[in-house]
Design a protein around this ligand. Structure first.
Ligand SMILES: C[S@@+](CC[C@H](N)C(=O)[O-])C[C@H]1O[C@@H](n2cnc3c(N)ncnc32)[C@H](O)[C@@H]1O
Length: 261
């Protein structure tokens, strides 16, 4: 699959078109060989093609930004369900990276007013790039804000008015073994979440509780081993009700949801 996608990228054709190609020009074969070697050396496929599919979008990615994962697509599906029936919902994505969540929400709910918050100076260049591309393609512009999701001053102007806070925060426990594609190529700030992986999440709950209006929705992705710990944390926080956990398509616990009391 990866080899086919790399060859399709080199030839600038859709993958399905490879079946009917009679020939691969020599220069393309050379470039393909170089990419295959890089992929064999565990450079992520998406860094080599420069693109990552996510729901209905294709986002630009590369060194310095977290590659969006298919597991996160369902969190966006849940978020869209929460927004159904709200005319002009106010949405905040905490830790936007490539903009996968924020830009998908803006694309699939054209009236949503979405703010994407990102702390990493390298990653936010990708957020801005993808946001500009989606706005140029006709989606409602997403506001990209350089900021820390744990900052008590973050988005003071939206306090108590937000319909939905959604986040795929860093949640990997410090020292956990991860594949080389992740360890060597995803930015550290996107991954590591302290001894139990939940350091950033604990503080993002404070921000979410402050921003959400009563009844507003909260959705947070987590590691498959955190399917009990994260719901327990949200319940213990005290400001949230209707706490639930949801599996991904592989049946592994993947995201926790709640509503602001
Ligand atoms: C796991 S990545 C998710 C990126 C994107 N939302 C996605 O789902 O593909 C986490 C993102 O949160 C950002 N981040 C980490 N700590 C943050 C903080 N305290 N405030 C804002 N962003 C933060 C990281 O730089 C990274 O881009």
């Amino acid at each position: 699959m990866d080899a086919e996608l790399l060859l399709a990228a080199v030839l600038d054709v859709p993958r399905a078109r490879l079946l009917t190609l009679d020939d691969v020009p020599d220069d393309a074969a050379d470039r393909f060989g170089v990419l295959l070697e890089q992929r064999a050396d565990r450079v992520p496929l998406q860094h080599l093609t420069g693109r990552a599919p996510f729901r209905h979008l294709e986002l630009a990615v590369g060194p310095g930004v977290f590659v969006p994962r298919p597991e996160t697509e369902q969190l966006v599906g849940w978020a869209l369900d929460q927004l159904a029936g709200i005319a002009d919902p106010v949405v905040v994505d905490l830790g936007a990276g490539s903009g996968a969540i924020a830009l998908s929400l803006a694309h699939e709910h054209p009236r949503a007013r979405v703010t994407a918050v990102e702390r990493d100076a390298g990653a936010i260049e990708w957020t801005r790039h993808n946001a500009a591309a989606r706005a140029a393609a006709g989606d409602r512009p997403v506001e990209v804000l350089a900021g820390d999701m744990t900052d008590p001053e973050l988005l003071r102007d939206l306090e108590g008015t937000v319909d939905l806070v959604v986040s795929n925060p860093p949640y990997v426990p410090d020292g956990a073994r991860v594949p080389r594609e992740v360890a060597d190529h995803d930015p550290p700030l996107a991954l590591w979440g302290g001894p139990d992986g939940l350091d950033v999440v604990r503080r993002l709950l404070v921000t979410a509780a402050r921003l959400l209006r009563p009844g507003g929705g909260l959705g947070i992705e987590h590691a498959d081993a955190q399917g009990s710990a994260l719901p327990a944390l949200v319940r213990a926080h005290g400001d949230f009700i209707d706490v639930a956990d949801h599996p991904d398509l592989a049946g592994r616990p993947r995201f926790t949801t709640a509503r602001r009391a």
